[in-house]
Design a protein around this ligand. Sequence first.
Ligand SMILES: *Cc1c(COP(=O)(O)O)cnc(C)c1O
Length: 387
Amino acid sequence: MQIAAKYSIPFNKPFIVGKELYYVAQSVLSGHTSGDGEFCRRCETLMEQRFRANRVFLTTSCTAALEISAILLNLEEGDEVILPSYTFVSTANAFYLRKAKLKFVDIRPDTLNIDETQIEDAINERTRAIVPVHYAGVACEMDKISEIAAKYQLRVVEDAAQGVHAAYKGRYEGTLGDLAAYSFHETKNFICGEGGALVVQDPEFVERAEIIRSDGTDRQRFLRGEVDAYQWRDTGSGYSLPDLLAAFLYAQLESMDEITRKRGEVYALYKETLGPLAERGLVELPVIPEHCRSNFHLFHVLLQSLEQRTALIEHLRDQQILAVFHYVPLHDSPVGHSLGYRRGMLPVTEDRAARLLRLPMYYDLTEADVMRVVSAIYEFFQVERPR
Ligand SMILES: *Cc1c(COP(=O)(O)O)cnc(C)c1O
């Protein structure tokens, strides 16, 4: 990972929008900086109301929320979980930890989300869950995925790490399945250093989720005065987000509309100014289907080849601009190979992974910065930029 300071335009940059530090100070002064403090409750309530979520639990990360989800599903060795290969490792690891068998499915060429038309072929009598990942904040085809899940009685766990405040047909990502995981890692839209949330849409899971998140104890019930002592009741771990971090996060969530609006402006500016290159067939630009509302988590372009992408990364780096590729497909990793996967099995994933480049995208990115990036790309293609 390169150090941001080396670049005049880094790929990502943590930011402050408003009252973050004021709330952090309040959390300290309240005397409760660990999990389940006042700011934790405020963040959870804000998300439950804004996203019309049944129950939200803050966690130390999206990874933690995925791990809790995998425990909730009571997976047994050999049970199968369907997921894309073009995703972050924790989507897979959470289920791999529970000894589930991972069934990687290829992605759609347009949104780079799991190809819903290929899911049914991956289902057998051991299949227990589908894990759609909303890439770049653009939703998977959830109507079709929910229909398949209902037909085969499978659970749906959304990896909505990138999908906070984005929607599908008017419903927020994270509320479209049984369980979902959000991320507040510094590379995401709303940040607190590292953090996450588990969204529990199916009420059946609420009580046990709370216990798993509290080291497998009923400590929360004890704190509410519902039991005299708390005890070890289940498997679990210390998955609660400290109030200190929730305080920072709360300020960001309060500014959710403003943050999304600004990212949307950057996205629109990239899309408009790079349009002529796309018309000439030099790059492909991202696609947001009509029925999806993005949170503009990232802006990516597809180059014509891996070699061309490498050359463009170097060209941008020479101008102190950091642009980065994304996932090395999980099926083509050492663990993927140990599970019997080989290169060539998921052609769309492999093709897109080799050609995709993410451009700088963060809250404080200015219009002038965006235009510098765009100009550098035109220069790379030796095309005059239209004024
Ligand atoms: C960022 C990310 C994660 C992990 O989030 P953490 O909060 O860092 O654990 C998981 N899945 C996807 C798709 C992500 O983008």
